[in-house]
Design a protein around this ligand. Sequence first.
Ligand SMILES: [Zn+2]
Ligand SMILES: [Zn+2]
Length: 939
Amino acid sequence: MPVKMPDMDVDLRFFRDRNYERMQCPSCGCYYWGIKGKHQRCGDTPCVEYSFIGAPKTRHRFDMASMRETYLSFFEKRGHTRVARYPVIARWRDDVFLVNASIYDFQPHVTSGQVPPPANPLTISQPCIRLTDLDSVGRSGRHLSNFEMMAHHAFNSESKKVYWKEECTAYCHELLADTLSIPEEEITYKENPWMGGGNAGMALEVMVAGLELATLVFMNLKLDPKGDVELEGDRFGPMPLSVVDTGYGLERFVWVSQGTPTIYDAIYPDVLNEFFGISGVRPPSESAHPEVMAEHARLAGMMSVSTTSKLMEQRKGLVKRLGERGIRLTLEELMAMLVPLENVFALADHCRCILLMLSDGIVPSNVKAGYLARLVIRKALRTMEELKLEANLADLVLLHLKTTQGIVKLGESEAVLRTMLDLEVKRYRETTEKGARMVRRIAKESKGVISVDKLIELYDTHGIHPTVVQAAALAEGIGLEVPDAFSALVASRHAAEKKEAVATLELPPEIPQTRALYYEHPTMRHCTAKVTHVRLEGNGVTGQQGHEQVVLDQSPFYPEGGGQHADKGSIENAGRTAHIEDIQKYDGRILITLEHPLGLKVGDEVRCAVDWRTRMALSRHHTATHIIIGSARKVLGPHVWQAGAEKSEKGAHVDVSHYDRVTLDQLHEIEREANEIVAANLPVEHLSLPREEAEKRFGFMLYQGGAPAGPTIRVIRVGDFDTEACGGTHTSTSGEVGLIKITRAERIQDGVVRLEYSASMAALHHIQIMERIVHESSQELSVQPDQLPKTVKRFFEEWKSLKKDVEALRARAAKEMASSLRRDAERIGGYGLVHIKTELDIDLARLLSVAITGAEPKFVCVIPSSASGNLILSSGKEVALNLGDVARDVAKEFGGSGGGKGNFAQIGNLASEPGQATHRTDMAASRAAELIRALLAQK
Ligand SMILES: [Zn+2]
Ligand SMILES: [Zn+2]
């Protein structure tokens, strides 16, 4: 099929000037740009081997900070604006949790053309987290879970052309060949069209000495079913913008400049030394064969390790290669040498990842980004176990503070980070212990097969890692293969976990947008409006009587949204009034459901009346919510982030990320802080700002309630205390909120705390209810309210001690009754039968049967508890009768339910009709005794 590929060619004047030609790689068949006579292959592994290990390719040696600075100032000098890095948690997006690449910072609003970029062109060094290769980290010598992507971006539109392929490639080459002095014979450009996140474009991979140092993407296509470009089965059409999207791996640049055996040695040598010191593992340079690591890295560069078999293959290959170089090692000797080193590398990497995640505000939990943080923390803890390393995880994580100075600012959050990690370690230990017990049970039940799906379920639902499953399964004699890339597998299932889709109603597209009068005139209570659409709820499906629903041209009523309940009110037409049952917004149209049909038609004029009491209560609770979030952040720490909220007429709640329970003292502190803000009577401002300006002024703190859509953002500011993007209704000052009372705090899931509160009259109502409870309780106990805690405690202690006395008395009574009953027992052959008719409660009946049959191995007891309609049958251990059968026979005859087996059985529910219970239970007891007597006589 002929494929039209506009703008996919990279035949650049720049290449010609530098004597670069397009050639085809004889080993992989790809097309690349190189210099004839100098470049025989594409420059990528496995076509060539790493040639920089032991032979650095830049003139100077760089560390992280100097390479980052060299890069950013290179582009600054060439007209780019330096932009500060974004957080690793993508607060401005609702489709992903973590930032994977620098372009994520500008998706979707800038790349879609809705919002101008913060600068154009710009340069940035963006920390990124990618957990897809988590299991290869440490093993390959080059994989990282976190890295900095240096980039230069240009956004070209119809009206503004910045630069495109020629300039982009020339900048890159100038940086490599001229500024860093990498010899041209080491640099090739491999053609490889790029696709991702619904966009695509031509791309060049920049190869140096076998390592991909950078990718230059010329993004100008987007997914479009009607588009005329086809790439790997998907159709693409043009984008409004043409985006120069580049990515330069900072860590890889540093590595190539040093030529160390692994990337880890190059990027944080000092931290690594400390890890070696603490773990007692000898660094490669001190081992008997320091050259093994270099050889390992060269070979590992050729392979991607995704399965255990591949890993073994690679290691066998290494033994062979070492042999050819005169180093004789068995596979076992090699493993004994490599595995501890790999664990140290992995641990150092994971600790830096944890520092980035937590310092950017992620709180470990079981959901969303918190889940991914916990995944990395637990992998670090397991690596520590493998190394038998008895250190504090927080100490190890904080070792990286020195190497991340340019990108991490921790300040006073250091204490929070420590507490968070200590709690995580504690939870991990608890889970591991619980998990081992659980797996032993599952292993027994599963008859030798535990599937990968089961492994994932155990990990996801119970936090039990496959290594725990493996150990426990082994103890039950079950072998179990853990997928080699398990962490990556689990991470990938969670990385794209999107917000749940809400069922939405499709209104005909021709219905015009409803003007939102509640924004334009926040104090408007009455108005007239025109009906633009009428429908029956549920579209009259299967003849059900639907409610009348209308869309108006303008609405003073606030529709449900942003966790705030809809307004109440009424609509009047031709002298008839209907109350409003519900108000929803669909794509800019506000749909109002009426309690009674008014028979409205399109074009009718209606009078709208907003129920102001309800509106004020909703507004107070919404403003109170912003104040509570600000107060919680102040008291608990900057990691507090809103995870959900609901504001109703009667009260509100907000869910915030926090690693622990909130104590009563902390609650009171938050409440006090909130009421200070109320008392200060700060103005509540409503701003409508372009997105880029809002972000510039207030930062991503704005997106507490989620990332809003569109180029314009409504911002609510409570003085300088709290600023949030928000679409709700608010009071005009903080004082109008009135008293804020927190009524409850609850840990609703790991890492998330729900705070419930109410404001003004609703708060007063709550306080009055509490007062009534205290009043009634103290009256009941005849004490003053302040004596309640002491009195209740005393009563409770007394009750406990009385209960103990009663139990002791019961036991004594049972023992005494037992000894007299044993004497008077009926004899049948060598056996004894005790059948009593005394009125006993069920506990005493049980105690008695145990006392008798425990002392007399050849006795059988028939003990009714007439009042509760139960009958207990029990026998000593030398009586071979199945009492369960007897119980079931008797139950069949008298009604009730019989169950049990062997030496103990019970019949219950004989008291179905009050008054008859005693009689029926006694009859059943006599029948049971009769059956047992007959059975014993046969023995
Ligand atoms: Zn090739
Ligand atoms: Zn809000």
